[in-house]
Design a protein around this ligand. Structure first.
Ligand code: SF4
Length: 710
């Protein structure tokens, strides 16, 4: 990771204006988005959008031809190119041929993508952005920090300073007055410009229509007042039918800003007369810039389903801390990372891909149904193939891949850590490891790992057997969680088998792009877990559960190792998470809670993988309630705690503030016990609270339930 990149993260995280504005917006956004979608079937809506956009991506060539034919029939000139340089050249030539000295633009990410403003300005043409946010950042000499709200990172005071320095002195930080001032300045620009440049939200092939959505109405003036209108349209905006506009326009304002409707929707089908009666020149540039290639890539084709609503940015716990500028490119956030890798270069996404914490918030809200974290993992895999794995990482994974060596090293570390640990925590680590304990304590490695402790537990002889996949944290840091699980399942008449050959689930390797290592881990675990005749393979770690249930399969698929798939699927069918299993056993009457207990208030934190990949969130709450606890919901219970596996080690400057927010929400819930289903979250949150010297207890659900089931 480049030092410059790390520096930019630190600066962003310590910029109170930025984090304040983004934090407030993201909190308000969640509420307004939810309200805007009330009465709508979001799943059905986004399925329709995804289907129609995917259909368009499969027929790009045909649709581009059809759009061209229909638009040209209506007097439009259509130019199609793969090359951003040719787009710039086309516009510059057009401007020169027509003596254009002044251009007005409405917001267009496609024009940002090709750095059009700079190109025109170098040729002596004045370019005026007319979207207020775009104008502000143009004056400030910045790039947009957000796809929909380009100047969201700036306060009214900063905007007033920019206006004072760049336009006219005497502006105060009063929002209505600043808007009025901007409007006055822009009106003159609209009237004087000889060319208007826009993007488009949709290009309808069957009619040759451009659909442009704005909140400020500026696109209407840009497209009508100047005698020349140029629209730069990325090929992903093509849709086949006029009917396809409906679901996109239904979702776009709700997902973008939580509005029911956007203020202005312009539909332009062919050129129209100017106010003086002459014919307006309408030029539409269909810009490819590797979009066709993207649409032919089996993994990345789904990125063509993006409607550029920026919802994924609005809900991202990392984006709301660092904003858009750390991405260093035009497109920001998770989807921006993917677009940068394609429209710029794969290596341009090298540092920024590491910002994704894989919480899955974005996928849950994406109206294009895009698996953004999954695509970022694929970028990591391709980057690892292209540039090779770093030496240190290679060394670590070679140890992890050797189960006996890995486990012997953990046992040795448990002895060596003795001088550093107290009460089960290591609170200060020396040298280059010190960053790990700057914002949280870390757990000491257990004296006796679960695999050894279980050998001493006398289990009743039972007909039914379930295999337990512990994962590294429960096995070596929190064996008491595994012991609690055995206790519960024994009560249900189930014997717990601990297959000795189990090893790391491969998530650290997979999340680093080292798929070959992850595949080796997958093979070892499949071998170990499918040997006994068990009803289920249960795990009390959601990250491991997701690996066993989904990621072994997708890793083999990505590597083309199809012969490994049948066994991976056989395992996946048997895998279940702890809470779902216990809920099932309770519902079947095989486990019963003690009667009439009133155990007091607790709060529950949703682990990202459990809630968003495994879709389990109500089950643990039901179990805890039936046990006799009062579940006091914390604010943003399903927001990431900042752990993200090795993320908290790689990017502590981001992990720490995300954790702080979670700790505040836990404290504000008023509960004295915080419960969760993930040992990784326990490690992060318990360590954070210990760092704060808080007395709030943090436990895995399995521990809270072990004594309450009769
Ligand atoms: S990826 Fe999804 S959520 Fe993000 S901008 Fe595109 S459509 Fe919107």
């Amino acid at each position: 990771m480049e030092t410059k990149f790390r520096e930019s993260i630190k600066q962003a995280v310590h910029n109170p204006n930025l984090t304040g504005a983004l934090g407030r917006f993201s909190e308000a956004y969640r509420i307004s988005r939810q309200k805007a979608y009330e009465g709508y079937d979001f799943e059905a809506l986004r399925t329709r959008i995804a289907e129609r956009k995917s259909h368009a991506a499969s027929h790009l060539d045909e649709l581009a031809d059809l759009f061209t034919k229909n638009a040209e029939t209506r007097g439009t000139k259509v130019f199609r190119t793969n090359d951003p340089a040719k787009v710039r050249e086309y516009i510059l030539n057009l401007a020169r041929e027509n003596g254009v000295k002044s251009v007005v633009k409405s917001k267009s990410m496609a024009s940002e993508e090709i750095h059009l403003n700079k190109h025109l300005e170098l040729a002596g043409i004045e370019v005026g952005e007319t979207d207020l946010g775009e104008w502000i950042i143009q004056l400030a000499g910045q790039t947009p920090s957000h796809m929909v709200m380009p100047a969201i990172h700036m306060t009214k005071e900063e905007v007033a300073t920019v206006f004072n320095e760049q336009v006219e002195k005497g502006q105060n930080p009063d929002i209505p007055k600043l808007v009025k001032f901007a409007r006055g300045k822009m009106r003159a620009k609209f009237l004087n410009a000889e060319m208007g440049i826009t993007g488009a939200n949709i290009a309808v092939a069957e009619t040759g229509t451009l659909v442009i959505v704005t909140n400020e109405g500026n696109a209407r003036l840009v497209t009508t007042l100047p005698p020349i209108h140029v629209a730069i349209v990325g090929l992903e905006k093509l849709m086949e039918k006029f009917d396809d506009v409906v679901p996109v326009l239904t979702a776009l304002p709700k997902s973008a800003t939580g509005q029911l409707l956007t203020s202005y929707v312009s539909m332009i089908s062919g050129s129209v007369p100017n106010t003086d009666g002459t014919e307006k020149q309408l030029h539409i540039i269909l810009m490819d810039n590797r979009r066709t290639e993207m649409s032919q890539d089996p993994k990345f084709k789904q990125a063509m389903q993006c409607i550029r609503c920026a919802s994924c940015l609005n809900v991202c716990p990392v984006f709301r801390l660092v904003g858009g500028h750390v991405f260093g490119k035009v497109y920001t956030g998770g989807i921006g990372t993917i677009l940068t890798a394609w429209f710029d270069a794969l290596k341009a996404s090298d540092d920024i891909q590491s910002l994704c914490i894989q919480c899955g918030n974005c996928t849950e809200v994406c109206p294009g149904k895009i698996d953004i974290p999954g695509l970022i993992l694929e970028l990591r895999r391709r980057l690892a193939v292209e540039k090779g794995q770093p030496l240190l990482q290679k060394a670590i994974f070679s140890v992890v891949n050797n189960r006996r060596l890995f486990h012997s090293m953990l046992r040795a570390a448990s002895l060596m850590q003795k001088p550093l640990q107290k009460d089960g925590f290591i609170r200060h680590l020396p040298f280059f490891l010190s960053e790990m304990t700057e914002f949280r304590s870390v757990p000491a490695i257990a004296e006796t790992p679960l695999r050894d402790a279980l050998k001493k537990i006398q289990q009743p002889a039972c007909k039914e057997k379930i295999a337990f996949y512990a994962g590294c944290l429960i096995d070596f840091a929190y064996p008491e969680m595994g012991e609690a699980l055995v206790k519960i399942l024994n009560k249900a008449g189930i014997e717990v088998i601990f297959p000795e050959g189990q090893t790391c689930c491969g998530a650290p390797a997979r999340y680093s792009g080292a798929y070959e290592v992850a595949a080796q881990n997958a093979n070892d675990n499949i071998e170990a877990l499918l040997t006994d005749n068990v009803t289920y393979v249960v795990s009390a770690c959601p990250t491991c559960t997701v690996a066993l249930k989904h990621e072994f399969i997708s890793t083999f698929e990505s590597l083309g190792q199809t012969n490994a798939l049948p066994r991976a699927r056989e395992l996946a069918d048997k895998v279940i998470d702890f809470s779902s299993l216990v809920k099932k056993l309770v519902d079947e009457g095989r486990l019963k809670f003690k009667e009439g207990q009133q155990l007091g208030k607790i709060t529950y934190h949703d682990s990202c993988h459990l809630k968003r990949t495994l879709h389990v969130s109500q089950q643990p709450r039901d179990l805890l309630t039936r046990a006799g606890y009062e579940v006091a919901e914390m604010y943003e219970a399903d927001m990431c705690c900042g752990m993200g596996g090795s993320y908290s080690l790689k990017l502590p400057e981001i992990s720490a503030p995300i954790l702080e927010r979670k700790l505040t929400n836990i404290k504000n819930s008023g509960a004295l016990i915080a419960v969760m289903d993930c040992p990784g979250c326990v490690m992060q949150i318990r360590g954070g609270l210990d760092h704060h010297k808080s007395t709030i207890k943090v436990e895995h659900t399995v521990q809270r339930l072990a004594d309450e089931l009769g």
